[in-house]
Design a protein around this ligand. Structure first.
Ligand SMILES: Nc1ncnc2c1ncn2[C@@H]1O[C@H](COP(=O)(O)OP(=O)(O)OP(=O)(O)O)[C@@H](O)[C@H]1O
Length: 282
């Protein structure tokens, strides 16, 4: 496979005054993101929180190239976004596991696709499965695993490719609370060894604070950056414990005071939409 010749300077990700508009089914223009500016430094963990439907996933799609900006500029390692970039890995809410493949065959898929020799690829997959505590489960199929185990397979499947940027869109939101907190510690451990730059989209403010170096609070749509908070809680962090610390509670209260207004604004707009739709239908 050809070496990646994309530029490799500057911060990991820059969104500079980006706007993104979509056409609605009735032909009107709808602005999902407006004048959005965000910088993710190399090795930085950034969390993005905001009301439902405000435009969080669209920011990730702009980085992957799945969406193109209507105005402004998106840069990855100093260069424009051009097609699929093999330096970027993803973990989404729904698993991207092939149900017909065993656990190890799911994890090995990336390296084999990139041309890694078979023995080497399988050795690496076994190693990554050990790192996410799934040794002994290699030959099982996804349907035989719990939600948390499937998520750990997803992490191994992503980290095995050595992504320099990791985009995560509500990756743990389908898990129960206890499993989710365990996954936070798992993710922090893998991330601290990988030095990847992360953008983690979530509805869960506590999750954002426990994991991130910086938390971006977005406005109710169209999404703009309302505030950016630096989370000065030292690392390594134990996500399952720091949420009981006074400093964590104080940070949560400050950011929630800021976010609450946007959540209420988003909710009252949704309500108005439902009411007017009901009026049209009546
Ligand atoms: N391809 C598209 N075509 C038309 N509209 C779109 C498209 N993608 C997103 N939108 C709209 O843009 C807005 C923002 O969507 P987006 O999925 O980015 O929000 P979100 O904050 O991630 O949502 P949620 O919190 O529900 O996950 C929404 O109103 C959505 O309907």
């Amino acid at each position: 496979m050809a070496a990646n010749t994309a530029p490799n300077t500057g911060p990991a990700i820059e969104l500079i005054n980006v706007s993104r508009r979509f056409l609605t089914p009735d032909g009107k223009s709808m602005t999902a993101i407006r004048d959005f500016t965000m910088t993710v430094e190399r090795g930085e963990f950034v969390a993005v929180v905001g009301p439902t439907g405000c435009g969080k996933s669209t920011t990730l799609n702009l980085v992957t190239g799945l969406a193109t900006p209507s105005a402004g500029e998106v840069r990855v390692f100093g260069g424009p976004v051009q097609g699929i970039d093999d330096r970027i890995g993803f973990v989404f809410q729904t698993d991207a596991l092939f149900p017909w493949r065993s656990v190890i065959d799911n994890v090995v898929a990336g390296p084999l696709f990139r041309g890694t020799p078979k023995d080497e690829a399988y050795a690496s997959a076994r190693e990554w499965l050990a790192r996410v505590n799934l040794s002994g489960h290699e030959t099982k199929y996804p349907h035989q695993l719990s939600g948390g185990m499937r998520k750990r397979v997803s992490l191994a499947q992503t980290f095995i490719n050595g992504p320099q940027i990791l985009l995560m869109d509500e990756p743990f939101s389908a898990l129960d609370v206890q499993t989710r907190v365990m996954m936070h510690d798992e993710l922090l451990r893998l991330w601290s060894q990988s030095k990847a730059s992360v953008v983690f989209v979530t509805h869960d403010l506590e999750e954002a604070i426990a994991l991130a170096d910086k938390v971006y609070v977005l406005t109710a749509g169209p999404a703009t950056v309302k505030s950016v908070y630096t989370i000065d809680i030292p690392r390594p962090r134990v996500a399952s414990e720091i949420r009981y610390e006074q400093k964590f509670i104080d940070i949560s209260r400050t950011i929630w005071d800021d976010l609450r207004g946007e959540v209420m604004r988003g909710a009252s707009r949704d309500e108005a939409r439902v009411t007017s739709a009901a009026e049209v239908a009546a």
